[in-house]
Write a protein of this length. Structure first.
Length: 336
């Protein structure tokens, strides 16, 4: 049987050997998931001591500022080190020019200051885009034909970012997909002395059908009506274009890059991490969350096992961290 004993072949190599016991499986584990990897998105609304459920996102609530502050304290106690804020803008302050986006006394700006005042150790990230503030639900300002204007929108995004910076934000996260916005925002932040304010760019954000529950949660679905975002968000068919988008955002001054949605785009995550070696993040979006929740509520899946497997998948694909509506729950699962 000597001919079967060449090194490198069976039975010298039996991949099942290392899988035989927990200790050796643990030793050769390539990726790990911990609470350090988790970023919690939060929906903030006007009011006091108010928590309103989001129908299409079970267990997720729109919280008033005071409740956001206590949520941040709880999250930090669980080990979660950063949150991203999304405002539910009252419809009477939405406008064509989205000016509420840079109101120094706006909902997001007040929320940032309240968190930084009461729970200063948690990192506060903000979403930079105009869709919570425009009457048409688009992420930018439109011309007469309804086309989202690039450069005029970038000017508005700069004002929005500066207002978040003045309120005390640690990270601004432009999710709008305008060309040149990272450069514009970075220059303005430097000019005003915010040289340590980090930019997490949604470098590759796809025009995805997975954002539906989010648009319900923040109330932009009705504004958007039947319109789409194809003229600025990316075509789900493209990966090379994602590399070009990401390269530009890095050149323009992004500190971290993000791919969105998550699971359907693991290949894009992997390519971006390999190509640039940047701090790389995925956004497991509302539609992904809603699907897991619906299946779990029907008793069709083991929610904990499935969600933790998915989050680990992001780490294996090259992510440094994940924005996920499951962050709080996953922190409890990971550290019971
Ligand atoms: C808006 C924004 C969206 C999401 C985050 N920021 C929606 C959109 O682009 O229409 C979606 C997040 C989610 O679905 O969880 N700029």
């Amino acid at each position: 049987m000597v001919e079967h004993l060449e090194s490198g072949h069976y039975p010298f190599t039996r991949l099942r050997r290392m899988r035989a016991d927990s200790f050796s499986r643990t030793l050769m584990r390539e990726s790990t998931l911990s609470v350090d990897d988790l970023i919690q998105p939060l929906f903030v609304r006007e009011g006091d001591k108010t928590a309103e459920p989001v129908q299409s996102m079970p267990c997720i609530e729109r919280l008033s500022v005071d409740r956001i502050v206590s949520k941040c304290r709880d999250l930090h106690n669980l080990g979660i080190q950063s949150v991203v804020l999304f405002p539910v803008t009252p419809s009477d302050v939405k406008s064509d020019d989205a000016r509420e986006a840079w109101n120094p006394d706006g909902l997001v700006q007040r929320t940032i200051s309240a968190i930084k005042d009461k729970v200063p150790e948690i990192g506060v990230m903000t979403d930079v885009a105009l869709d919570p503030y425009t009457l048409n639900g688009q992420d930018g300002l439109v011309d007469e034909s309804g086309y989202v204007m690039n450069d005029a929108t970038v000017e508005a995004l700069i004002r929005q970012s500066l207002s978040h910076a003045h309120a005390g934000a640690d990270v601004v996260a432009p999710s709008d997909m305008m060309d040149g916005r990272i450069c514009g925002i970075r220059k303005a932040l430097e000019d005003e002395g915010f040289y340590n304010l980090r930019i997490l760019s949604y470098a590759a954000k796809y025009a995805s059908s997975f954002y539906g529950p989010f648009r319900d949660a923040v109330g932009s679905a009705a504004n958007l009506g039947g319109s789409d975002k194809y003229s600025y968000q990316m075509d789900p068919a493209n990966a090379e274009e994602a590399l070009r988008e990401t390269a530009l955002d890095i050149q323009e001054g992004a500190d971290m890059v993000m791919i969105k949605p998550g699971t359907p785009y693991l290949d894009v995550i992997w390519r971006i991490r390999e190509a640039f070696g940047m701090p790389t993040f995925a956004y497991q979006v509302s539609g992904e969350y809603a699907m897991f929740k619906a299946a779990a509520q029907n008793g069709w899946i083991d929610e904990q096992a499935l969600v933790l497997e998915t989050l680990l998948g992001f780490k294996r694909a090259g992510c440094h961290g994940v924005l996920t509506y499951y962050a709080e729950q996953a922190a409890r699962w990971l550290n019971p």
